[in-house]
Design a protein around this ligand. Structure first.
Ligand code: AHG
Ligand code: MN
Ligand code: MN
Length: 331
């Protein structure tokens, strides 16, 4: 494979393919630098007193980890001064973050889950960062309403996985590419081009402790998988659940599989667990760009018209034939 740094990859996308603007290139560079800083902070672990709870709750009522707060700060500070953004929104902030008046403003809206899977951080299991980029409609104030655009309008999405290696997985709407952080030089390098998700799989991911709350179509689908060779599918399926969406999705991007956090009856006030704007939409965009599918069981995730910044949605994504099957069971 050609030795291509993320910087060179993006410059080629700007000048050769005319796929991105200079501002979007800068935005992605800055986000990648922030992810590198988060990766370094995570890597210090117990040596730097970054583990454990922050003693606060976020807008979703979830206890924040110190690293949730640190990662959010890193992303805000990296992105506020470059002139590429109109505003930012995050899992860890109730309302959009406005660019301070002393800095120039740009046309993009950046949304992120600064640390995904943070319940895994204290046990040294992979976590990540998820981000999504939208355009701020011209002449519109970058308030909460400006962010409420369907995922189909994303101009870019990506995630970083902080695992045995630090990876950045990126789509600009022309396929999915993977970059690995070279810890010696501090640069991301292209290591996998045009990732494709196999259409068929025999591996599924779901939190089975919620089974009693699932709806009938999901009960049926999982029941059939668990019945294995003796059941209607006539083959055995294996189960994997990391409980960090980034790690579960990355496994699916790498070797196929289906990931589900479906609608359930656990909390009637919540349509699902995962958040549309900075978890479901960017992952759906990436999975579709890899040839997979992503639905709520009832509709394509990226077709949803959002109604709130922190809205939750059911998520079923991964290998196309399996996602189509379980979506069909909902019809
Ligand atoms: P976050 O750490 O950003 O709040 O997200 C956690 C999410 C997601 O990463 C994962 O798939 C899911 O929560 C795990 O939920 P369970 O606790 O049901 O395993
Ligand atoms: Mn998350
Ligand atoms: Mn998070």
């Amino acid at each position: 494979m050609r030795n291509v740094s993320l910087t060179r990859f993006l410059i080629e996308k700007e000048h050769t393919n005319h796929l991105i603007t200079g501002d979007l290139r800068l935005l992605i560079e800055v986000v990648s630098r922030a992810c590198k800083a988060i990766s370094i902070a995570i890597g210090k672990g117990g040596l730097a007193d970054v583990l454990g709870g922050a003693g606060s709750d976020n807008v979703q009522g979830e206890a924040q980890k110190k690293l949730d707060v640190i990662s959010n700060e890193i992303l805000l500070e990296a992105n506020e001064w470059g002139g590429h953004l109109a505003a930012m929104a995050s899992e860890e902030m109730d309302h959009p973050y406005q660019i301070p008046h002393r800095y120039p403003k740009g046309e993009y809206l950046l949304l992120f889950d600064p640390l995904d899977g943070s319940s895994n951080i204290d046990v040294n299991v992979s976590v990540g960062t998820i981000f999504s980029v939208l355009r701020c409609p011209e002449g519109v104030e970058p308030d909460e309403k400006a962010f409420l655009q369907p995922g189909a309008q994303q101009v870019c999405a990506g995630y970083a996985v902080y695992g045995p290696t630090t990876l950045l997985v990126l789509t600009l709407g022309d396929g999915v590419n993977v970059f690995t952080l070279n810890r010696e030089t501090g640069a991301f390098h292209l290591t996998q081009e045009n990732l494709r998700i196999p259409a068929d799989t025999r591996e599924f991911a779901i939190n089975a402790s919620n089974q009693r709350y699932w709806e009938e179509p999901v009960q049926r689908y999982i029941g059939e998988l668990l019945a294995g060779k003796e059941g209607p599918r006539g083959q055995d399926f294996n189960m994997r659940w990391v409980a960090s969406m980034v790690a579960d999705v990355h496994r699916i991007m790498t070797r196929g599989g289906i990931f589900m956090y479906p609608k359930d009856r656990k909390d009637p006030g919540k349509a699902g667990k995962l958040r549309l704007m900075y978890e479901a939409n960017p992952m759906a965009f990436i999975v579709e760009q890899g040839g997979g599918a992503a639905t709520t069981g009832r509709e394509r995730i990226v077709d949803i018209q959002p109604t709130a910044l922190h809205q939750r949605v059911p998520v079923i994504l991964g290998s196309k034939n399996e996602v189509d099957r379980v979506t069909g069971y909902h019809a």
